[in-house]
Design a protein around this ligand. Sequence first.
Ligand SMILES: Nc1nc2c(ncn2[C@@H]2O[C@H](COP(=O)(O)OP(=O)(O)OP(=O)(O)O)[C@@H](O)[C@H]2O)c(=O)[nH]1
Ligand SMILES: [Mg+2]
Length: 203
Amino acid sequence: MMSKSALLKVILLGDGGVGKSSLMNRYITNKFDSHLFHTIGVEFLNKELEVDGRRVTLQIWDTAGQERFRSLRTPFYRGSDCCLLTFSLDDGQSFQNLANWKKEFTYYADIKDPDSFPFVVLGNKLDIPERQVSGEDARKWCRENGGHPYFETSAKDATNVASAFEEAVRRIQMTDDRDGHLISTDTNTVDLQRKSQAQNSCC
Ligand SMILES: Nc1nc2c(ncn2[C@@H]2O[C@H](COP(=O)(O)OP(=O)(O)OP(=O)(O)O)[C@@H](O)[C@H]2O)c(=O)[nH]1
Ligand SMILES: [Mg+2]
């Protein structure tokens, strides 16, 4: 039986139109729609995968980036295991807004220690030749804001999409391993008190 820790919630945040829904659709259904409607509120889809020999169910939450939908998306941030901060490489403003997205997420998800929370940054629409954001600037931002991994993706031609989601899983597993979360599951609780008593009576 799978433990609860195998269900990983990953949330996509970023300005309206940067391609969050397209990235999720590309990853889950391997399809791309060039006339996608703006998302209203949130939607989620599950995908089972294996990363580095561990089976997980990835639950991808796609949110509405437009400001007018703020109150519809923020209640769904809690319980996220990883946040994918997304911008569009042909839209400098969406890159400038990454800091606001990180702040909004940290606040509404109630993240106690943002420095150790796994964020992954995605620069999408790599297939569009007219870039407004250089890879160098994006990497610099990631370095200076917590050392986040950075991926340049294209939902249109599928570049790096699977790699980015798999990196999210890896980051969660790294954080969980470090904090020891994977040791404790619903069916197998370790009782430290009892163990120490047993050791005392034995020796
Ligand atoms: N050329 C290109 N277009 C893309 C790419 N990803 C998304 N698009 C297009 O960009 C537009 C917006 O994409 P969405 O996926 O709806 O953007 P979103 O971030 O979900 O937007 P909201 O739901 O409003 O937050 C659509 O017309 C997509 O077809 C990409 O990688 N390359
Ligand atoms: Mg959308």
